[in-house]
Structures are given as structure tokens and as C-alpha cells.
Design a protein around this ligand. Structure first.
Ligand code: PRP
Length: 218
């Protein structure tokens, strides 16, 4: 009976969505509709397993999941921490690995060490606030940016940044470095709390299949 209802997935647009769909294909869940690059469709269906997928801007994924518009979401841990929504994080998918770090010119290391009142630019103001205020007990001024955050220290908007570091090449090319690590990041699967109860069997099976597949790969 519960198979009648579509299980809906919200995927964060971009690299993570591509990796997620590859993983789903490996466990036998395909969605050919989604591969059509010219399509203007927003929602894609797998009739065999009664699944629906849609792509959303990453910060919106936890919102769709909290409100139950999607049962399941796949998004980076950075977004989960920043958005702080009422969702269950059920699985670390292991890909999209990177780190949230405090970065800046090496000279800013001293400012951090002496707990100076510094300016921190970030796309992740909540993560930055949590780190400086609650973990380090350091009063700072947080400036919200929407991208190219590395510009902050370069044009003297801020002393440091809190941002994602993957390969480290953006920092290197701009004469910046990692000064402190905030936390490791990777793609996670999140679930709506009501769906977790109502669709327990289907979700458990899906998570089991993904776990199995990831074990085989690693
Ligand atoms: C992210 C992040 C860094 C960069 C890190 O930016 O904000 O700028 O990637 O990657 P690296 O360590 O491999 O150089 P993104 O490309 O998402 O764009 P954005 O600057 O618009 O946030």
C-alpha cells in the first residue's frame, strides 16, 4: 500500500546531484528523464519504484525536507549546519569531502591567537558565529558574502574568512592559507521526521542498499 505514494528526493544542484544520481544508478534506481540536458522540467519520476526527484539550490534542500515537500534530501554538511533545520541526518555518503576552515593571510594567525576582535567574511554566517562565539569564545564581526569569499582579506573587507577548502588551490593562488579547521564536510542524506516514521521500511531499504554499495566501493 505504501508503495502507492511517491517518495520525493530534493537534490542540491551541481556536483553532489551528479554523484548522487550515479550512486542511485549503481543500486538500480535510474532516472533517464533527468539526463536530458535540454529539458525544462523541474520534477523527474521513476515509475518503477514510485520515486520523484527535483533539483534545488543547496540551501533550500533542508527547507524542502523540513516542511515535508521532499521526504529525503542530499546536501553538503555545510548547508545542514548553516540552515539548522528540523531534519534527521541519516547517512554520510562519503563524497564531496572537503573542510570548513578559517583562512586568511598568514599574518592573521596572530589576530586569531590573541582573540582580537576581527572581521570575518563568510557565506556561512551561522557556522562562523557558532565557531567563534560558542567554541572559541571570541567576539568577532561577521560579514555575510554570497561567493568569491576569498576576496574578503584581499580587498581588506575582512581579516579572515570562514569558507570551504577542497583542494586548497583557490587559497594558494590568492596568497591565503588555512589558519584553523572548523569541521570536516561531505555529502549527507537527510530525512523529514514524519517521513522517517511513515516511510520507515522504504527508507530503511534505501539506506541499506546505499550502505552496501558504499562498502563495496571503499
Ligand atoms: C568553493 C569555496 C572556495 C573553493 C574551494 O567555492 O567557497 O572558494 O570552492 O575549493 P578549492 O580548495 O578546491 O580551491 P565555489 O566554487 O563553490 O564558488 P563560490 O566562490 O561562488 O562560493
Amino acid at each position: 500500500m505504501s508503495e502507492e505514494r511517491y517518495l520525493t528526493f530534493a537534490l542540491g544542484k551541481g556536483r553532489l546531484a551528479k554523484k548522487t544520481l550515479e550512486l542511485f544508478e549503481q543500486i538500480g534506481i535510474t532516472c533517464d528523464e533527468m539526463k536530458d540536458k535540454d529539458t525544462r522540467k523541474l520534477i523527474f519520476v521513476n515509475e518503477e519504484y514510485k520515486l520523484r526527484f527535483f533539483l534545488a539550490k543547496s540551501p533550500d534542500v533542508p527547507t524542502y525536507v523540513e516542511y515535508g515537500a521532499a521526504d529525503i534530501g542530499v546536501v553538503g554538511k555545510d548547508t545542514i549546519l548553516e540552515e539548522n533545520r528540523n531534519v534527521y541526518e541519516v547517512l554520510d555518503l562519503g563524497f564531496g569531502k572537503c573542510r570548513m576552515c578559517v583562512c586568511g593571510p598568514s599574518s592573521a594567525g596572530e589576530l586569531l591567537k590573541h582573540h582580537e576582535r576581527i572581521r570575518v567574511a563568510s557565506k556561512y554566517p551561522n557556522i562562523a558565529r557558532e565557531y567563534f562565539y560558542n567554541k572559541k569564545h571570541q567576539t568577532v564581526d561577521i560579514i555575510k558574502l554570497n561567493g568569491s569569499v576569498e576576496l574578503g582579506p584581499l580587498v581588506e573587507l575582512s581579516d579572515v574568512i570562514v569558507d570551504i577548502v577542497e583542494t586548497g588551490s583557490t587559497l594558494k593562488e590568492n596568497g591565503l592559507e588555512v589558519l584553523e579547521e572548523v569541521c570536516p564536510l561531505s555529502a549527507r542524506m537527510i530525512v523529514n521526521p514524519v517521513s522517517m516514521q511513515m516511510e520507515a521500511d522504504r527508507i530503511r531499504k534505501l539506506v541499506g542498499a546505499i550502505r552496501e554499495q558504499l562498502k563495496i566501493q571503499s
